[in-house]
Design a binder for this molecule. Structure first.
Ligand SMILES: *Cc1c(COP(=O)(O)O)cnc(C)c1O
Length: 218
């Protein structure tokens, strides 16, 4: 199947209220342009430098999402254009995003990344950390808006484990949403598990290899 056929078949399989982020990390500009021409406008990258390069070469109405672990010193390179940052995992990082957004007179939308997997290697906060950040950030950081949560499930064949983790994240989302009405996005689900994530309440899926094919890291 071609790129565009892959895209269309995924679009057909997700409900309208779910936003599709095409994860284009490691993929060439030509492939992104092809999907853009087919109507896709939201792309996700996990490295700042790669995202900046692609931003410079592609149409300016693309909405670029940062989905990977983010170092504070890199925020400045994308602060002028990034549309949504999925991977806020600390107070200090949110503070830096606020500072850089202020320089561009913007408000940058962010998601708090919640640690739901069994692996230690995955980043994210726990519920209490997210809640205390939500309590203070609005008065301290007028140039960021926390609009939801993001999580990555354990990399495992065990579907019941993955479902449990998505369900856990949804329950945290619902709890926090009852006090923080800005929370509307729940970013969970990738190529292998996005159907299940949607069943468990995801409103935004991040799909790479099911659209582009397997990634080749050079
Ligand atoms: C790479 C990546 C994805 C997409 O993964 P696929 O399995 O290729 O769909 C989604 N989310 C994050 C955070 C990623 O780094």
């Amino acid at each position: 199947m071609s790129l565009v056929e892959n895209l269309e078949s995924i679009r057909k399989s997700i409900p309208e209220h779910v936003t599709l982020v095409a994860v284009s990390k490691t993929q060439p500009i030509s492939a992104i342009q092809t999907l853009y021409d087919a109507g896709q406008r939201i792309f996700g990258e996990n490295k700042v430098q790669e995202m900046v390069e692609k931003y410079e070469h592609l149409p300016k109405d693309i909405q670029w999402h940062m989905i990977g672990h983010l170092q504070k010193n890199k925020v400045k390179y994308m602060a002028s254009f990034v549309h949504l940052i999925h991977s806020v995992d600390s107070f200090d990082l949110l503070k830096e995003i606020n500072k850089q957004a202020a320089k561009h007179d913007r408000v940058i939308d962010c998601l708090l990344q919640i640690h739901i997997a069994q692996e230690e290697t995955k980043f994210g906060m726990n519920e209490q950390e997210a809640e205390s950040l939500l309590e203070v950030y609005q008065t301290e950081f007028p140039h960021v808006r926390v609009v939801g949560l993001m999580g990555m499930a354990t990399f495992t064949e065990d579907e019941s484990q993955v479902r449990k983790e998505f369900n856990f994240l949804k329950s945290i989302f619902d709890k926090l949403k009852s006090s923080y009405i800005d929370l509307e996005v729940l970013s969970m689900g990738m190529s292998g598990d996005f159907q299940m994530a949607i069943e468990e309440g995801s409103t935004m899926v991040r799909v790479g290899s099911s659209i582009f094919g397997e990634r080749i890291y050079s």
